[in-house]
Ligand binder design. Structure first.
Ligand code: C2O
Ligand code: CU
Length: 485
């Protein structure tokens, strides 16, 4: 596992639940940022890259006093970073040594439905699940986390999550030394009881779910990162249950947005804010001057709700996330390439289907998730246009398994820079409608569904989720044996 979380939060670094943290009281970045280790792998006889993961209980010292009981993968908290190349075949042995059932979902990965790790791929305590698939998508920052029916919120908040990095066949001139100038930044807020134990009891006011007052990056409280090169690449992952972040640098400098959920953008975009709802990722490259310290912060977000409600969605707080400490002499970094990836293309001129998904009242189109019901059947090798509408007063987002899609419009206008390129999750403001284009290329299975859902985990757990199957010619949706209460 990864140690290096001596984490004693500086007194005053943790504000009250709804308090805005001011610069003055958060001066101390006292802990070196933990870097999740790269998962070891080996080749089996078929040439597959094999990883071994084991979920089990552990403890962390998030703040002074009692240790916090956590869950982790190959360590007490979070999991190692899996890394593989495009076109490689991987096999992951996932052993469950937790006291209860779980699953492990490859968020953003194009995988056959039986390998997806959704609510149907249950791993009973004491057993191992071994999915295998070939990576058929571009270089990207993906992640993994459990997806057990009705309990995803608790399992993720307890610490079960990690990054899955896909590398391109040929490396680009981007910072890419893992843990040196290519840094995983897994941002989560934690809610602890007075006795320091993780608290997933809801309901919080506002119906948003777990919203914690302890901000962690890679499990480290009040973290700093020593940087030794001119450019540093941050792979931002919002792995929080419910909190929205609007990332920027404290001195408001701009940086290059180079990647979104599904991988690198066609070209870097110069920007100074990146808003990520739960589950979303963005890769940014920040330029540093020798000897300086600059803080990655979350600014107030435009969540489209009033400021009082914003607090309940985490959008009203200004939070300092991570301090970058540049060495007095910095290694040169090559300038960013002008072109990063192929421009995403989808022919949307004659979609095979148009569908509408209305998010309201913990349901989608009036129905709460039922694992025994298939909601949608899509035809293999077709492109569809989905319209997603948030009819509620509270923020939701929308995630679709199996595919990376393109956002065509949000309320008729173009998406923000961080919502361009390939996406698997995006924010849907109250009262807005977004249109996305998705292509279901292969992996048919009439009997095993993929999920689509709000990635605010409490909403997902409370029913804001549906299931779709990808059908080959002549196939009809199967009958699911499973029906949870
Ligand atoms: Cu990140 Cu269906 O999940
Ligand atoms: Cu939601």
């Amino acid at each position: 596992g990864f140690a290096g979380v001596p984490a004693i939060a500086a007194a005053g670094a943790v504000g009250g639940m709804w308090a805005t943290r001011h610069t003055a009281e958060q001066a101390a970045f006292t802990n070196r940022l933990a870097i999740p280790p790269l998962a070891r792998s080996r080749r089996d006889r078929q040439g597959r890259r094999v990883f071994d993961l084991r979920a089990a209980a552990g403890t962390m010292q998030f703040r002074p006093g009692a240790p916090t009981e956590t869950w982790g993968i190959n360590g007490p908290y979070l999991g190692p970073t899996l890394r593989a190349r495009r076109d490689e075949t991987v096999l992951v042995n996932v052993r469950n040594d937790l006291p209860e059932e779980t699953t492990l979902h490859w968020h953003g990965m194009h995988v056959p439905a039986v390998m997806d790790g959704g609510p149907h791929q249950i791993i009973a305590p004491g057993t191992t699940w071994s999915p295998t698939w070939t990576i058929r998508q571009q270089a990207a920052t993906l992640w993994y986390h459990p997806h057990p029916h009705g309990r995803t919120s608790r399992h993720v908040h307890h610490g079960l999550a990690g990054m899955f990095i896909i590398d391109e066949l040929e490396a680009l001139a981007l910072p890419r030394r893992y843990g040196v100038d290519d840094i995983p930044v897994i941002v989560q807020d934690k809610r602890l009881n007075d006795d320091n134990q993780l608290n997933e009891e809801i309901p919080t006011i506002g119906g948003i779910g777990v919203l914690g007052d302890l901000i962690t990056v890679n499990g480290t409280v009040a973290p700093y990162l020593d940087v030794r090169s001119k450019r540093v690449r941050l792979r931002l992952l919002n792995a929080s249950n419910s909190r929205f972040y609007n990332f920027g640098m404290a001195d408001d400098r701009s940086f290059a947005l180079v990647g979104t959920d599904g991988g690198l953008l066609a070209a870097p975009i110069d920007t100074h804010r990146v808003q990520l709802s739960p589950g979303e990722r963005a890769e940014i490259v920040v330029c540093l001057r020798p000897g300086e310290r600059v803080v990655l912060r979350s600014y107030r977000s435009d969540l489209g709700i009033n400021i009082g409600d914003q607090r309940f969605a985490g959008g009203g707080d200004i939070l300092d996330i991570l301090e970058l400490r540049a060495a007095s002499e910095l290694d040169p970094s090559p300038p960013l390439p002008a072109t990063l990836a192929e421009r995403p293309r989808l022919d949307v001129s004659s979609p095979a289907a148009r569908r509408t998904f209305e998010l309201a009242d913990f349901k989608i189109n009036g129905l709460a998730m039922n694992p025994g019901r298939i909601d949608v059947g899509v035809a293999k090798d077709t492109t569809e246009i989905w319209e997603v509408a948030n009819l509620d007063q509270m923020p939701h987002n929308f995630h679709v398994h199996d595919v990376q899609f393109l956002i065509l419009s949000i309320d008729g206008g173009p998406p923000r820079p961080e919502s361009t390129g390939w996406k698997d999750t995006f924010y849907v403001k109250p009262g807005t409608r977004a249109r996305i284009a998705l292509r279901f290329a292969d992996y048919t299975d009439p009997d095993m569904p993929y999920m689509y859902h709000c990635h605010v985990l409490w909403h997902e757990d409370h029913g804001m989720m549906g299931q779709f199957v990808v059908l080959g010619p002549g196939q009809r949706p199967g009958v699911l044996p499973m029906s949870h209460s």
